[in-house]
Design a protein around this ligand. Structure first.
Ligand code: HEM
Length: 224
């Protein structure tokens, strides 16, 4: 089996857990607010800064170069989104959550020789952004009236055909020279990457509580 197939199989359960987190359902279901979306983008800014710095380290090696693709880079888009959502002073508004710190620390620890481990993280985020991330863009625009200027993170301007691109990127993953032990390490790292995302949604869910419709509210309506 190729690495890309193994990655999908190995992370199936983790994917289900991540996408079923209440914060995700509440965000796409319109039960949160723009502040919750802005907070997600702010946490992702820290994560992608670390991811893309790690990418620059591995890109300096012969094998690593193939894993870093300029059209994927998300930090400039996140910065534009945050300036739109929170204003020019957005950096002072952001409070990083413990799960974000843990996720970024994991990425900061990757060295130039950790090409396989970097690939696990790049797979988890970028292929996810090009897949389910697209439904987040549609839902956030629809539910909270966020304009395109605040949704640039989910818009890959230089990737007009995500499906073709994902296949091409899978080819790059499959070309990595990894023996069996190294492959197992990559699969374990991808599961960790998903878990770090699940933890991030848990932290965000602790800060941003959904607005319940009156019918579902646990508080009894006052008697007439
Ligand atoms: C709103 C929540 C989510 C939904 C609705 C969703 C949905 C999907 C769907 C439908 C696919 C298959 C696309 C295809 O076959 O081309 C997919 C793939 C993927 N998703 Fe998600 N997803 C969500 C959240 C996440 C999260 C939080 C992550 C990780 C951070 C993630 C990572 C991935 C990855 C890596 C793939 C590619 C799988 C592969 O082909 O190997 N997704 N997602």
């Amino acid at each position: 089996m190729t690495l890309s197939v193994l990655l999908r199989e190995a992370t199936r359960e983790q994917h289900e857990r991540a996408e079923s987190m209440p914060f995700v359902g509440d965000l796409v279901g319109g039960r949160l607010d723009v502040a919750a979306y802005a907070d997600l983008q702010a946490q992702l800014h820290r994560v992608y800064t670390a991811l893309e710095e790690a990418g620059r380290r591995v890109a300096a090696t012969e094998v690593g170069g193939g894993m870093v693709v300029d059209s994927l880079l998300r930090v400039p888009a996140l910065e534009a989104d945050l300036a739109h959502l929170l204003g020019a002073g957005w950096r002072h508004e952001v409070r990083l959550l413990p799960a974000t710190d843990r996720y970024a620390a994991r990425l900061d620890a990757l060295t130039r020789d950790d090409v396989g481990l970097f690939a696990a993280h790049a797979y988890t985020r970028y292929l996810g952004d090009l897949s389910g991330g697209q439904s987040i863009r549609v839902a956030v625009g629809r539910e909270y009236g966020v304009a395109e200027e605040g949704l640039g993170f989910y818009r890959f301007r230089e990737i007009p055909k995500p499906k073709l691109f994902k296949d091409e990127y899978r080819g790059r993953l499959d070309a990595l020279p990894l023996d069996e032990a190294a492959t197992e390490e990559v699969l374990a790292e991808a599961r960790t990457a998903f878990d770090l995302n699940t933890d991030l949604f848990a932290d965000l869910g602790g800060v941003h509580r959904p607005v319940l419709s009156p019918a579902l509210s646990p508080v009894a309506a006052p008697r007439p």
